[in-house]
Design a protein around this ligand. Structure first.
Ligand code: KG4
Ligand code: ZN
Length: 355
């Protein structure tokens, strides 16, 4: 089975072709990602209207390149998948409409993919991980711990009550005057700093429900910056290192708690087959190392897809389409774009809607 996947929910215009392999993993035949980084950087964040227009301009070429790299025509495909949400609605409509049009013209089955489900299933594309497993999803828009029990079968164990982790990195980077996005720049600057210089708060640590809260940490970083301003490069590095250390401690504590309560969501299989990490923040070296230590201590295997499959891409959409079509889950061409689309519909709304 070979499926074209289209991703336009945020600031990456992406398309890829993935083939199903008999061993249950995927072969990535092509994977084209165009980042709109330069278009948004002057504004210090993603501007939805600019993103939607940029998707319109780029998508046809990106799909052409993905098909060309795979050496296939639309007629050779077994399905077309497009992310239908959650995300910035203008961009979502661009990719979703393009995917439907290709499916209609080529007379292929269509799959409307939940972007979060695509992140969740990437570890099966790369490593063939068997259900159930624990997913830590940490991106600019989402911070969640999810029990992945099967295709379309998710239980949210924890979520952020305010900011996403990537958002906290980006906001702190902005306060420190670092270039956007803050995440990779804070990581780089932190290498020169002392992680023990500032004892920033680690909200929610030790709480039995594996939820997150980032706003107290953010406020504390802002107050420290205001108190010490103007910051020397050495102090900036210490703030970055201390902030990152607080994030690492919180992520590890909350993930350990999610492992402890995993059985509630999966009584028949109480220990997850793996701890799987996804989202742009998973590119962070300090976080990756800490998760490796947690995995060694807990005996739960860690699956960290390569950074280019942790950040937004078309291959994860194509793979989710393959998994859904193989499960007999085809979608109609009337499927509407969804700005909000929680993976676990039974989970309560988080206060900021970042569920
Ligand atoms: O998954 P992603 O590419 O886009 C979505 O948010 O959907 O994640 C982007 C986020 C940004 O907040 C960025 O600052 C963060 O991931 N990020 C990092 C690193 N690289 C990207 N955060 C911390 N350390 C990094 N090395
Ligand atoms: Zn994403």
């Amino acid at each position: 089975m070979r499926v074209l996947g289209i991703e336009t929910t945020c600031d990456e215009t992406a398309a890829a072709v993935v083939a199903w392999r008999p061993d249950g993993r995927g072969d990535i035949l092509s994977n084209i990602v165009l980042s709109q980084f330069a278009a948004h950087a002057p504004f210090g964040g993603v501007v939805p209207e600019i993103a939607a227009r940029a998707h319109v301009e780029a998508l046809e070429q990106i799909v052409d390149r993905a098909m060309g790299d795979a050496g296939l025509d639309f007629a050779d495909l077994d399905g077309v998948a497009a992310a239908a949400g959650p995300g910035l609605i203008g961009g979502v409509m661009v990719g979703l409409t393009a995917g439907k049009a290709i499916a209609l013209a080529a007379q292929k089955p269509f799959s409307a993919v939940n972007h979060l489900e695509a992140h969740a299933l990437t570890a099966r594309l790369t490593d063939g991980v068997a259900f159930p497993y624990l997913l830590l999803l940490v991106s600019g828009g989402h911070t969640q711990l999810i029990a992945v029990r099967g295709v379309g079968d998710y239980a949210r164990l924890g979520t952020t009550l305010d900011d996403a982790v990537g958002e906290a990195f980006d906001k702190c980077g902005k306060m420190l005057g670092l270039p956007w996005p803050g995440g990779p720049n804070i990581e780089k600057t932190a290498l020169q700093g002392d992680p023990r210089r500032f004892d920033f708060p680690r909200p929610m640590m030790g709480r039995p429900a594996p939820d997150f809260s980032l706003s107290g940490l953010k406020t504390s970083v802002r107050q420290t910056i205001e108190k010490l301003s103007p910051l020397s490069p050495a102090v900036t590095a210490d703030v970055c290192a201390s902030f990152q250390a607080a994030i690492v401690d919180m992520l590890i504590d909350r993930t350990r708690m999610a492992m402890a309560v995993f059985a509630i969501a999966s009584p028949g299989h109480p220990v997850p087959n793996a701890l799987v990490v996804a989202g742009g923040v998973a590119a962070n070296g300090a976080i990756r190392s800490a998760l490796q230590r947690l995995s060694a201590q807990s005996g739960v295997k860690l699956v960290l897809p390569p950074p280019n499959l942790c950040t937004d891409n078309g291959a994860m959409i194509a793979w989710a389409g393959i998994e859904r079509l193989r499960a007999g889950l085809e979608d109609g061409l009337d499927f509407a774009a969804r700005p909000r689309w929680p993976l676990d519909p039974a989970a309560p709304l988080s206060p900021t809607g970042k569920a």
